[in-house]
Design a protein around this ligand. Structure first.
Ligand SMILES: *Cc1c(COP(=O)(O)O)cnc(C)c1O
Length: 401
């Protein structure tokens, strides 16, 4: 029902004068004064995702426009400081010529490339508009009002959002040393009848990691009717000795959904493309709730090229390893404690985190406050180029004085 402001005010007046109580109820009037009341309570209760501050926004705030990447250092969203593979960028450019056509809704070329890479069936691959899309679609396909989903304290913020957006109930399990306590998560899921468990490995924003063996034990002990979304957004950054072959587990565990992204090590964050690997029945359900064209053609073309450019991923990995050491050494020299990280970022403990964050902004360095992850005494910094890491460390030293 549509009602103009004027007729709405007239209705309020009628109601107050006692003339029109049979024509319009207070409930109805209230709804039109407060449109958020039209949304279900579980939507109104959502605390929106807080992204890293964009460079352009800080430029506006500081009144120094167009400094670009060279001026302001953004180490707030775990983006790839090397950018993207030149081959991926060329492929995205080429795809622009076909911008008037809808993308391939089945993502044939990208799925074929993933099938080849991971030795899975075509039907076991699902593409998302970023992996964020597939995390949400997993919740939408399998959870409904009153169902339960489990995740860890300090885990990636999208899990509670995805669960809450479908009216399901999120259960946050206490972390151990900031990392996932898989035994406790399994017990909570079984005892409370949860349908889905989200695991981030490594986790963002803590950078914590559980070994492949620990994950395997967890999967073996878990009832097969509880779905596991294993979010491996930072998989490519794992040190060689920590790597494990989760894709090979899909055969043994039909309740396992592996989530990966092109946003981090592949450097395609803006294009929005990620993928899930899992059993065909689950992928089928995800396909029913996605938009028909959820991954655009530039993203599909760039992702195919990015997947082939293993050298770029290798460079990214090596740069991150060096940068992690540089930043961790720098933090230690400043007397600051950090949580050992397996990703392309590290969270460190600091007094007055909000004030330090602001002072870093004034120096043109954007990091990420993580008070909304129940870590108000921490800041998260992404690993950048050597010069960016250097700028961050000297700005931090200044901020501390
Ligand atoms: C960055 C991130 C993602 C990926 O986001 P995209 O939507 O693929 O850009 C997923 N999970 C975690 C834990 C992340 O940090």
């Amino acid at each position: 029902m549509q009602r103009s402001i004027t007729s709405h005010l007239v209705a309020v007046f009628w109601q107050l004068s006692g003339m029109a109580s049979s024509l319009i109820s207070w409930d109805e009037i209230w709804v039109f004064m407060n449109y958020s009341e039209l949304a279900p309570a579980y939507i109104r209760a959502i605390a929106p995702y807080i992204p890293g501050k964009p460079i352009s926004e800080l430029e506006r705030e500081l009144g120094i426009p167009n400094m670009g990447i060279g001026g302001i250092v953004k180490l707030a969203s775990n983006e790839n400081p090397l950018g993207a593979s030149p081959k991926a960028i060329a492929a995205a450019h080429a795809a622009l010529d076909q911008i008037s056509l809808y993308p391939d809704g089945n993502g044939y070329a990208l799925k074929a490339a993933l099938v080849k890479r991971y030795a899975v069936e075509f039907e076991q691959v699902f593409l998302g508009n970023g992996s964020n899309d597939l995390l949400e679609l997993a919740a939408r396909a399998f959870l409904t009002v009153g169902d339960k989903g489990v995740y860890s304290d300090h885990a990636f913020a999208v899990y509670p959002l995805a669960i809450q957006a479908v009216g399901a109930v999120g259960i946050s399990v206490a972390a151990r040393d900031f990392g996932h306590d898989l035994d406790a998560m399994r017990k909570a899921a079984v005892e409370q009848g949860a349908k889905m468990i989200f695991i981030a490995n490594p986790n963002n924003p803590t950078g914590t990691f559980v070994s492949g063996n620990t994950l395997l034990e967890f999967l073996r002990a878990l009832p097969a009717n509880i779905l596991v979304v294993l979010d491996e957004a930072y998989n490519e950054y794992l040190p060689v000795e920590c790597r494990y072959d989760s894709v090979s587990w899909v055969k043994e565990f039909p309740n396992l959904i592996i989530s990966r992204t092109f946003s981090k090590a592949y450097g395609l964050a803006s294009l929005r493309v990620g993928y899930a690997l899992g059993n065909a029945q689950i992928m089928d359900m995800l396909n029913r709730v996605r938009q028909p064209f959820n991954v655009n053609s530039m993203a599909q073309a760039a992702a195919v090229a990015a997947l082939q450019d293993t050298e770029f991923v290798q460079q990214t990995f090596a740069l991150n390893l060096r940068g992690m050491k540089q930043i961790v050494d720098g933090l230690t020299k400043l007397g600051l404690e950090h949580i050992p990280s397996y990703g392309n970022f590290v969270s460190f403990k600091i007094k007055d985190a909000t004030r330090i964050y602001r002072r870093l902004l004034e120096s043109g360095v954007i990091v990420r406050p993580i008070a909304n992850y129940a870590m108000p005494d921490y800041l998260r910094v992404s690993i950048g180029l050597e010069s960016q890491n250097e700028k961050f460390l000297s700005a931090l030293q200044q901020a501390l004085t």
